[in-house]
Design a protein around this ligand. Structure first.
Ligand code: ATP
Ligand code: MG
Length: 742
């Protein structure tokens, strides 16, 4: 218990241990909501003895889910945390549908149409029928209708307006298409899960607690899902902050907070008021932004860190100058703090990805390593998409879209016009493209479409490849699943390395490395399953009286593809090189924090965005961005840097036997280091340590360095145990140094 509550303040503790069945923790940024939620999950397991598979935790991103799991593991013991039903709303919903979807007619091996797939399908429908509808808008609108629970038929029935008719057709054709291809889109995952839980409440009869982070951004359908998941025990904990609601464009409903109080009259609200993230000045600037919203309820937010310095506001004439200044600031502050800051201590938060270009260029030119979050996902890279498309077809040959994309890649002499003719023919015959080409390749039925001899040969090769691969996927009883073998089989058969080499002369090596990375991920999944461990996101409650579909060997590929489709991860899945500046959209930075944050392009048209209708929401967006920052770095040498330098130069003197004791006088202990203090959780001590260690190459001293978070601008205290002559702190060191210099 002690460990669990260690490092929490009284209000946080009361939230963690609260006996309330419905608890709302509403609090400003950096007040420890996520920390509290995590501790409460551990508390429910350790003290209330709930089984982890009966606890559902919904987070906003895959990254947040992973971090939360890590933290919970620390409290409950290795392996227990994997049994929690923890993930994004979408991944939790998918799990229910995979296990129990048969109850509402969803076959087990459904595929997931990601946003890109959905857009492509809608675009095609519109083009084919020449509807007068804008594809991008149609997709957003369909998604919003689904979020409101309005099906295509319901929409068509309610709308009388003639100009809505074409859109209604697009919506319903889109739905038909998904159904024919056995696909669910992101919205369907939620909508159909709601349907499942409404019709078959037994699926969640064992759930004892539901916990939700970033509650302010849930939409109606997610609210419904939460309500249904918790229907038996009515035990819910939500944490959120209305001031950080930034997803209304995705139908998030800030009203859900009030609705919850209506639906659960037993709700208890706990407010947290201390901010543990940012310096006082950062907080007051951020507050000054949000307080302009007059409709907002005012709240207390008390800094726990010192006031610090005013955040810097710079007016720069162009995006290039802005980017240049950012790079200079990164260099300057790194030098100023004597190398205590690493690149991963910096984030550049942008309104939209189009702003990243000049920043990326400037960082690239200066040789500053960076990673881009919220840009192109790893899984969206061209070379990765090809491999995934092959796997999709192998998993589910009726997947027309994936099949169309790879049927002639690499070239099999099946020209575009042939593919088009085949697609049309399949459509008129009301069969999938796969069934059609299977027939033609195996000579069972001649297609009407004219196919040249080389194209016919190409089709046969392709069909053969898919068939032989599928055989690997469906091993005999008792045999292992050969996912990895399957992937290498495909790569080899399509000579993919050679294909990349000839197509991307400049960077084929990087691209091939990405493919290897993908294989690495598949390996990880196979190993996890082989070890009998729960796959990270597969835990589900055990339910009696309703059949839980069991995994077969072939499911490993579906599982792998679903992980891919639901990943919100942008960077390389393994996180890549850790020491990089982060460039992220503000939306994707929600819940995160960095010592130093830059927000470029804060001007009219960008923030607030020219297309934004709701200026309050734009204000909240800027507020979210600003409150990611832990501290504005000092504009003059900070005490921390001075102390570190003092310690360092003194150590150098000792090295050179200059002062005041010699190497021989020091006994032979290894140096030991530790970094602690408020807020150092998020900082990587070993990285800081490495910097200091580099300057102390001798090994026969015991030394402990205690550094406070630089958000505090506090003094580094270096304790140096050096035989009989002892210095106890950096202050002493500096005094000695000054004395020596004098
Ligand atoms: P956001 O609204 O941005 O999601 P949050 O309320 O979820 O913020 P956390 O991310 O949980 O806040 O915490 C912010 C930082 O404050 C983290 O570094 C966390 O470790 C630290 N923190 C939280 N509570 C305490 C505490 N009682 N003592 C010291 N540090 C704390
Ligand atoms: Mg949080």
């Amino acid at each position: 218990m002690e460990a669990l509550l260690d490092g929490l303040n009284a209000a946080q503790r009361s939230a963690v241990t609260s006996p309330a069945s419905v608890l709302q923790v509403l609090a400003p940024p950096g007040s420890g909501k996520t920390k509290t939620l995590t501790a409460r999950v551990a508390y429910l397991i350790n003290h209330e003895r709930l089984q982890p598979w009966n606890i559902i935790v919904c987070t906003f991103t895959v990254k947040a889910a992973r971090e939360m799991k890590e933290r919970i593991r620390g409290f409950v013991g290795d392996g227990i945390e994997a049994k929690l039903v923890l993930g994004t709303f979408h991944s939790v919903a998918r799990r229910f549908l995979v296990r129990y979807g048969q109850e509402i007619g969803i076959s087990k091996n459904f595929g997931i149409a990601d946003t890109g797939d959905s857009s492509a399908i809608i675009k095609r429908i519109i083009q084919r029928q020449q509807y007068n509808v804008e594809p991008g808008q149609a997709r957003g609108r369909i998604s919003r209708l689904k979020a409101r629970g309005l099906s295509a038929e319901q929409f068509a029935a309610t709308t009388k307006k003639a100009d809505q008719h074409e859109f209604a057709c697009v919506y319903s054709e889109y739905e038909e298409y998904l159904k024919a291809q056995n696909l669910l889109d992101y919205d369907d995952l939620l909508v159909r899960c709601v349907e499942l839980l409404q019709k078959h409440p037994a699926c969640v009869s064992s759930i004892q607690a539901v916990l939700i982070d970033e509650y302010q951004d849930t939409n109606n359908i997610q609210y419904e899902l939460m309500r249904l998941m918790a229907q038996r025990m009515r035990r819910i904990t939500i944490v959120g902050d209305p001031d950080q609601s930034i997803y209304s464009f995705r139908s998030a409903e800030i009203k859900n907070l009030l609705r919850m109080r209506d639906d659960y009259q037993e709700s208890i609200v706990i407010n947290l008021e201390n901010n543990y993230r940012s310096s006082g000045c950062i907080l007051s600037s951020a507050m000054a932004v949000i307080e302009q919203d007059e409709s907002r309820l005012s709240k207390t937010l008390l800094p726990t860190h010192c006031v610090g310095e005013q955040p810097t506001l710079r007016h720069l004439a162009t995006a290039q100058l802005e980017a240049k200044w950012i790079v200079e600031e990164i260099h300057r502050t790194k030098t100023l703090t004597a190398g205590l800051l690493n690149y991963n201590d910096y984030a550049i938060l942008i309104r939209s990805t189009s702003i990243s270009l000049s920043v990326e260029r400037a960082l690239g030119n200066a040789g500053v390593p960076y990673r881009m979050v919220g840009g192109k996902r790893f899984f969206d890279r061209a070379e990765i998409k090809i491999v995934l498309d092959y796997l999709r077809v192998i998993n589910q040959p009726d997947h027309n879209d994936a099949l169309t994309r790879v049927i002639n890649l690499p070239s099999r002499k099946i020209g575009e016009s042939t593919v088009k003719a085949l697609l049309e023919e399949a459509e008129t015959r009301k069969i999938t493209l796969w069934k059609l080409i299977l027939d033609c390749a195996q000579g069972r039925k001649k297609p009407h479409s004219k196919i040249s001899a080389p194209a016919q040969k190409g089709l046969e090769t392709f069909v053969n490849l898919i068939l032989t691969s599928r055989r690997k996927l469906l091993p005999e009883e008792g045999e292992e699943c050969y996912l990895l073998e399957l992937i290498s089989h495909v790569l080899q058969k399509i000579s993919f390395e050679a294909y990349l080499k000839s197509t991307y002369k400049a960077n084929w090596k990087d691209r091939w490395a990405n493919v290897e990375e993908l294989v690495g991920q598949a390996t990880q999944l196979v190993t996890t399953i082989a070890n009998g461990e729960e796959v990270a996101d597969e835990a589900l409650p055990v339910v009696e009286g309703i059949e839980q579909r069991q995994d077969t060997a072939a499911d490993i590929l579906s599982k792998f593809l679903a992980n891919v489709a639901l990943s919100t991860e942008i960077e390389r899945p393994d996180g890549g090189e850790p020491n990089q500046v982060t460039i992220s959209t503000i939306h994707a930075a929600k819940g995160l924090e960095w010592p130093i944050v830059f927000i470029p392009a804060v001007y009219d048209g960008s923030i607030p965005h020219s297309r934004a209708e709701d200026h309050d929401e734009e204000r909240r967006l800027l507020y979210v961005g600003m409150t990611r920052a832990q501290a504005q770095i000092l504009r003059r040498p900070c005490p921390l840097a001075a102390d570190v330098q003092a310690a360092r130069s003194l150590l150098e003197r000792i090295e050179d036997d200059q002062y005041p004791l010699t190497r021989e006088e020091i006994d032979g202990e290894e140096p030991s280091w530790s970094a602690s203090g408020p807020g150092t959780d998020g900082l990587e001590p070993s990285l800081k340590r490495r910097k200091l260690e580099a300057s102390t190459s001798f090994s026969s001293t015991t030394m402990s360095v205690t550094m406070q978070n630089h958000a505090n601008f506090s003094v580094a205290t270096a304790t140096l145990k050096t035989g009989n002559a002892g210095f106890t702190s950096a202050r002493d060191l500096r005094a000695l140094q000054e004395e020596a210099e004098a």
